[in-house]
Design a protein around this ligand. Sequence first.
Ligand SMILES: Cc1cc2nc3c(=O)[nH]c(=O)nc-3n(C[C@H](O)[C@H](O)[C@H](O)COP(=O)(O)OP(=O)(O)OC[C@H]3O[C@@H](n4cnc5c(N)ncnc54)[C@H](O)[C@@H]3O)c2cc1C
Length: 367
Amino acid sequence: MTEAVDVIVIGAGVVGLSVARALGLADREVIIVEQHDTFGTETSSRNSEVIHAGIQYRPGGMRARLAVAGRDALYAFCQSHGVNHSRCEKLLVANGEEELARLKAVMENAKQNGVTDLRIVSAQEALAMEPNIRCDAAIYSPSSGIVDSHGLMLALLGNVENAGGVLAVESPVMGGRVVDDGLELSIGGREPMTLRAKTVVNCAGLYCDQVARSIEGIPAATIPKLYYGKGQYFTYSGAAPFSRLIYPLPSPDSQGVHYTRDLGGQAKLGPDLSFIATNDDYAVDDTRREAFAQSARRFWPDIETAELVPGYAGIRPKIAGPGEEGDFFIQDKSVHGISGYIGLYGIESPGLTTCLAIADHVAELLE
Ligand SMILES: Cc1cc2nc3c(=O)[nH]c(=O)nc-3n(C[C@H](O)[C@H](O)[C@H](O)COP(=O)(O)OP(=O)(O)OC[C@H]3O[C@@H](n4cnc5c(N)ncnc54)[C@H](O)[C@@H]3O)c2cc1C
């Protein structure tokens, strides 16, 4: 059986839901096909839930271009849709001469990305804000925050459905082909079928490359190699020591092991970064406990290693390997030559923060 629809969005993570919402609000008829039995069970529920200010991305890159707009749109959406969030602020700490010398460069990078509300604070000022902190100086970011990612996805799905869109769960894309007026996809699962659409948006996260490769007619040379950057978390069973998020200074491929807390007040450390061969290894390595404690001790001297408990892990779909700086890669026909296909690759951090800006960008590409 072949059914015809206007738009198929592949994947019901926070990005697929946002894209479906934006296209639904633009009066397109949208179906989201998701392989699992519900939305948001992969990377969108295995992250830090941080609303990033947009500080460290390479100026001019896609992440930098979408970060500030995405952050502002996300705060506005959370407010208007009653999604639990907190603009809890962040301190990026510097310890030692080398890090103190880097503070200005981090500030300058942020400024080029349009992040204009940062301020360097002294050790005394940081201590007045957070009595348990140790640093020689810090960057204070008032527009960083945290969000309930599940609540966000639920609200996005509500918008999709109100606009007439549909989420089809247990509907894995098994393959497909480019046809004259769009694309045709084979959907597996309990009710296998063929779906034909004018527009297909690939938001399959950790499977975006595999999905693209399974569609005949998408030039293989345009499908980027995907690297899997695993990030593990340890939760802290003691009382939460800080009310703000506490980060070390960022490096090109990672923001470093940092301190965050969720909206329920649960403190946690992570994520670390290790490149792995598969996209489904979510085990947390308990032997990393001391290494996490040591990283955090630089800004949190009183941390008790014994209070760290293995938490959870997530995997970043990266288009850059170890030591390289990643970016989002959003492809339209100017890259692959197919008018009905948009491919989203490498949607790692800050994909949660920028989900609404990514969706607007996709809608613009389709206009
Ligand atoms: C450790 C870690 C920490 C992070 N921290 C932050 C943070 O604090 N702030 C921030 O802004 N971002 C953060 N991110 C990034 C953010 O989580 C992701 O960018 C975002 O969740 C990506 O959403 P997505 O919808 O693209 O992917 P996903 O959530 O992975 O969704 C993809 C969906 O596609 C489905 N799918 C795959 N293949 C198929 C198929 N063949 N057929 C049908 N469906 C399919 C999957 O089942 C899945 O539901 C972090 C990421 C990680 C890994």
